[in-house]
Design a protein around this ligand. Structure first.
Ligand code: GLA
Length: 384
């Protein structure tokens, strides 16, 4: 059963009535531009055909009651005086309520059911999908104006200040603002976006290595601090303000690890700009090469890959019809993304599956993605 029907049916079973609203927000795959967002740089993600769905109706009081169907767990809290708990999906719900209230919005209560198919912890932004689907639900019942970038910022604050991950703005903006059939170039300084066409007769194939990272336990925050240390060395706000030439002038003076972190970010920003040019010209081969270079940079300079991931990327890159492949997302596990000629996708999947299993003993998952619209909603019935 598709998720939309699943949440509607579950809502009916639970409440004996039709839901009033349905909200949906997608996960994302980042095509190129990794760990550049919090350096005020450029990213090029697309929203994917995996999403979080919520079926809901307003309540007359200030309670929020939500059942997570996939976990068979429930959350029930009042919109005044709730507090932080231990990490689970529930913290995102309370976090979104908190962050919207911090923005000065007056929230109303609602009840509903939630389900999603964005693989969790795989680097495909399941948490941003959840946050934006929740924000959409609050906005509907509380009659809030919906500005996608503003809501993305509000949801980023949930990660930064409620959940405790110092993540950038990419995931929330793409989940909120994705467009069907397009990738989105985001300038993470100005927060301006540009829709970029995807190359014809190709598919982005997502390769889940079956290795996991936790953003919290990973070295994500440490990488961010190293980038800040590099920017501080140059006396600038972020690495966006440093050129390759300026960096090279400090070779041998700057701490080697910090130098390599900066090298990744500066070169990755340029690769995003080059990737947008390649896509504007419909040049899949040029984009593929940039993706390969991006992986090397993440592996050697930013050091956020791992053995299984490098194996997966090498296996993908070695297949006929594959233009390029790289790790995607925060790092230390999760998914790679490969750009593959459409007519070779089936054989690509089979071979990558077999070779990866043989080399690592792990059971990968492979998804052929397509670019979808960002956060959306439907009105399903009038309130009685
Ligand atoms: C995670 C973060 C993003 C971004 C990526 C790395 O997905 O949430 O903000 O920093 O890692 O590119």
């Amino acid at each position: 059963m598709i998720l939309k029907d699943k949440v509607i049916q579950a809502f009916r079973e639970k409440y004996g009535a039709d839901p009033v609203y349905l909200t949906r927000s997608p996960g994302r795959v980042n095509i190129i531009g990794e760990h550049t967002d919090y350096n005020d740089g450029f990213v090029l993600p697309m929203a994917i055909n995996f999403a979080t769905w919520i079926a809901l109706r307003p309540r007359p009081d200030d309670r929020v009651i939500l059942t997570a169907l996939d976990k068979n767990e429930k959350l029930d809290f009042g919109l005044t005086g709730f507090s932080k708990g231990k990490g689970s999906w529930r913290e995102y719900v309370k976090g979104v309520a908190w962050s919207l209230q911090e923005e000065g919005f007056e929230l109303k209560g609602w009840e509903g059911v939630l389900s999603g198919d964005v693989p969790i912890g795989a680097g495909l932004s399941s948490s941003a999908a959840l946050e934006l689907a929740l924000a959409r639900a609050f906005a509907l019942v509380s009659d809030l104006a919906w500005n996608p970038v503003q809501m993305a910022l509000t949801c980023q604050k949930v990660e930064n200040s409620w959940v405790g991950v110092n993540s950038g703005i990419m995931d929330q903006i793409i989940s909120a603002s994705g467009k069907k059939n397009y990738a989105l170039m985001i300038d993470c300084r100005s927060l301006k976006t540009k829709q970029v066409p995807l190359p014809e007769k190709t598919r982005f194939v997502i390769l889940d290595t079956a290795t996991r990272r936790g953003l919290l336990d990973s070295a994500y925050n440490e990488r961010r601090e190293q980038c800040e240390a590099a920017a501080c060395h140059f006396g600038v706000k972020t690495l966006r303000d440093i050129t390759q030439g300026q960096l090279e002038e400090r070779a041998g003076i700057l701490d080697l690890v910090i130098y390599r972190r900066a090298q990744h970010v500066i070169s990755e920003n340029q690769r995003v700009l080059d990737a947008v040019k390649a896509l504007d010209q419909g040049d899949a081969a040029a984009l593929g090469l940039l993706m390969n270079e991006s992986h090397t940079s993440m592996r050697d300079d930013f050091e956020i890959s791992r053995d299984e991931m490098d194996q997966m990327v090498a296996i993908a890159q070695g297949q006929p019809g594959c233009y390029g492949a790289r790790m995607t997302g925060g790092g230390f596990g999760g998914c790679a993304v490969a750009l593959v000629a459409e007519d070779q996708v089936e054989i690509f999947k089979d071979r990558v599956m077999q070779e990866y299993r043989a080399k690592t003993g792990l059971d990968p998952k492979i998804y052929v993605s397509s670019a979808t619209d960002g956060t959306g909603f439907e009105v399903l019935s009038n309130m009685e």
